[in-house]
Design a binder for this molecule. Structure first.
Ligand SMILES: *Cc1c(COP(=O)(O)O)cnc(C)c1O
Length: 361
């Protein structure tokens, strides 16, 4: 953790967001002098012998850490998760797809699919400002795929299990990738932007089941066809080399720390600590339904009696070194994003802040 002006900063930013300190340092080192070759990673060819092993190692670590079965490819692309919102229907939708509407990102994904065919909203939690994950819906079997957003970064809800779908399941895991083991065999595709849990912005990851591709009749522009990037090992054109290198450093870090089960243990410990305080402290309340609470983005507000103290708590927490806890404008209050790299110590500092604020009032 960095110390500026003699004060520790606890980084709860929602995205771009905290990365392991080692990853920042290794990235900085690669910018200065990559692999001791006397040149920056920024000024060498992506096909040079020094960069050449980076993408295969990142791919291999993805497969190892998530226990990805045979028959799947991992690719790294520019454009962010938002580009995948249109690449998914381009590559997978012939006529009809179904979407679970759990908030802003799910809506944006669905909007793109509507450009290509019939995108059906199978269920929605809009009626209560997306504070829960809809259940008890039936997935139609005549659609090409079912799209879910496993972690709703803005509304603080999460689907923390791998659901069974009778049709190909596609998931946006931008903000919870590597926070829990995933049964990849249940998905046709998993994708996300890197800047929440993996790397700086500028790269997205796509895990795709090879035989789920090639089933649509439309012509796909070369760059938007997943097969182009699979066949070329994410090197069809110049890939975002620096974010991919940082992602590799994060993947190595996850492995060293004990892998995805250890990330899951830490996520649960952070969430228990913070939700425990939110539920205990009469000045605060959580916004998401308890059973659907996210481990990654913890949303809370001042309880009704203390509503007018919101700005005061914000200033108090900021004075104690908390960064990035302002809630998203669509729900207000506070959001503590607790991604993989966030130490428990940071959550403890926020909890101490909440306790002290309670004592002072
Ligand atoms: C941040 C986010 C996105 C958008 O990612 P970009 O890389 O900015 O396009 C999409 N989905 C989810 C769940 C997110 O958290």
């Amino acid at each position: 953790m960095l110390i500026y002006n003699n004060m520790k900063k606890y980084n709860f930013n929602a995205g771009p967001s905290i990365l392991p300190r080692e990853v920042i340092e290794q990235t900085a080192q690669a910018v200065q002098d990559f692999n001791g070759i006397g040149l920056s990673i920024l000024e060498i060819s992506h096909r040079s012998k020094d960069f050449q092993p980076v993408i295969p190692e990142a791919e291999a670590l993805f497969k190892e850490l998530l226990d990805i079965p045979e028959g799947y490819s991992v690719i790294f692309l520019g454009g962010g998760a938002s580009l995948e919102f249109c690449m998914i229907p381009f590559n997978f939708m012939e006529k009809k797809a179904v979407y679970l509407n759990t908030g802003t990102w799910a809506n944006k994904a669905m909007k793109e699919a509507k450009l290509f065919g019939e995108a059906v909203e199978i269920a929605s939690s809009k009626d209560r400002n997306y504070c829960y994950v809809p259940k008890n819906y039936e997935i139609p079997t005549d659609a090409d795929y079912f799209h879910i957003t496993t972690n709703n970064t803005i509304y603080g809800t999460e689907i923390r299990r791998d659901i069974d779908s009778p049709i190909p399941l596609i998931a946006d895991m931008s903000s919870d990738i590597f926070s829990r083991p995933v049964d990849v065999s249940k998905y046709a595709c998993i994708y996300g932007g890197a800047q929440k849990n993996l790397a700086p912005s500028g790269v997205s990851f796509v895990i795709v089941k090879n035989d789920a591709l090639g089933k649509v009749s439309r012509t796909i522009p070369t760059m938007l066809d997943y097969r182009t990037h699979i066949e070329n090992g994410s090197m069809f054109n110049t890939p975002p080399v620096l974010p991919i290198y940082s992602a590799l450093c994060t993947l190595r870090w996850i492995k060293e720390q004990g892998g995805v089960p250890e990330m899951q243990r830490r996520a649960a410990a952070r969430a228990e600590l913070l939700y425990g305080e939110i539920d205990r402290n009469k000045m605060f309340r959580g916004t998401a339904d308890v059973e659907d609470r996210s481990y990654m983005n913890i949303d809370f507000v001042m309880s009704d009696e203390y509503k007018e103290l919101e700005a005061e708590f914000m200033a108090f927490a900021t004075s104690k070194g908390m960064v990035g806890i302002k809630g998203h404008r669509s729900i207000g209050g506070f959001r503590a994003s607790c991604y993989n790299a966030l130490p428990l110590e940071a959550v403890q500092a926020l909890v101490d802040c909440m306790k002290e604020f309670e004592k002072n009032h």
